[in-house]
Design a protein around this ligand. Structure first.
Ligand code: GUN
Length: 300
């Protein structure tokens, strides 16, 4: 017999909309105080269709919040020196407070060298080694957007996270590693599972907080989830089911009814990523203008 689905659906879409609303007010206030409008530059190299969709969404939301958006679309054959020259120009431009290079880059480009060429104080992705190091050592950092959004949802649901067992499934630089750092900073006991971990289901069963970011459709089954856990599903996977194309997460959502709460896909973590990108751009603007940090951007 099917168990009733008792888990709360965490409304990331609504949370992100509220955050964006607060950021709109912050942008107005910053413009009134400084005479400048926060600006975000996004660089897209090549024609990857998914990346083009993400960059379009970032542009629209940046404009909608009242910020300046500078989108640079470069051909796939752009060489390293050309990209570095553009980054030098953006680093020096006072109207550009945040810089994001959309990943993945074409294979002939050195992504690490590109990321580390961004001014760390404009690195709104939080991928520069200086920001990664600052996060790891508890210093003020620009924090990667997706894990920052996950942490906001967790703190909103759970309040103080200290002492909780957190398991992060996936160890990417974009999500898994910074997520683990953020949870450690909240005094969670953190484990990171990956493809070589001996028994991932057993590890997950001990998790009060389970964050899954591996990009494998419905990898995490219901019996991997501890009753009462809070589950954050970062995955966005397109699958065919019953002759229809559907978007599902990395967690088998319908089997997670005994969790305390879970983010749905879509409508959970996804909308938080761009909201946090905008929040990071406001934070970067404030630091560049030597202003005190305001509430919305430092909600965690
Ligand atoms: N590609 C997929 N996710 C991201 C992200 O968060 N930032 C950038 N720059 N590229 C991505």
């Amino acid at each position: 017999m099917n168990q009733p689905f008792l888990a709360e659906r965490i409304d990331g879409k609504g949370f992100a909309a509220d955050l964006v609303e607060r950021l709109r007010d912050d942008v107005d206030e910053l413009r009134a105080r400084t005479g400048h409008t926060p600006g975000l530059a996004v660089v897209l190299v090549g024609e990857d269709p998914a990346s083009a969709v993400y960059v379009g969404a970032k542009h629209r939301q940046t404009v909608a919040v009242g910020m300046q958006s500078f989108v640079h679309r470069l051909p796939a054959q752009t060489c390293q020196d050309q990209l570095m020259a553009l980054l030098d120009q953006l680093n020096a431009d006072p109207e550009v407070n945040g810089i994001l290079v959309q990943l993945p880059l074409p294979a002939h480009l050195d992504a690490n060298a590109v990321i580390n060429a961004i001014d760390p104080n404009k690195d709104v992705d939080g991928f520069h080694i200086l920001n990664a190091g600052r996060l790891a050592t508890g210093q003020d950092a620009l924090v990667p957007c997706t894990p920052l959004g996950c942490l906001m949802l967790l703190k909103d649901r759970l309040g103080n996270l200290a002492g909780l067992n957190a398991v992060v499934v996936g160890k990417s630089n974009i999500v898994g590693k910074p997520m683990a750092q953020l949870l450690m900073a909240e005094n969670c006991t953190v484990s990171v599972a990956h493809s070589k971990t001996a028994d991932v289901p057993a590890l997950c069963r001990g998790a009060d907080i389970l964050v899954v970011a591996v990009g494998r459709a419905e990898l995490v089954r219901g019996d991997w989830i501890k009753p009462g856990a809070v589950v954050i599903d970062v995955g966005i996977n397109r699958i065919e089911r019953d002759g229809r194309s559907r978007i599902v997460g990395d967690v088998a959502f319908d089997e997670a009814g005994h969790a305390a709460a879970i983010t749905p896909v879509p409508g959970g973590v996804g909308p938080m990523t761009i909201a946090c990108l905008l929040a990071n751009t406001v934070t970067a603007f404030q630091r560049q203008h030597h202003l005190a940090l305001q509430k919305a951007a430092v909600a965690v």
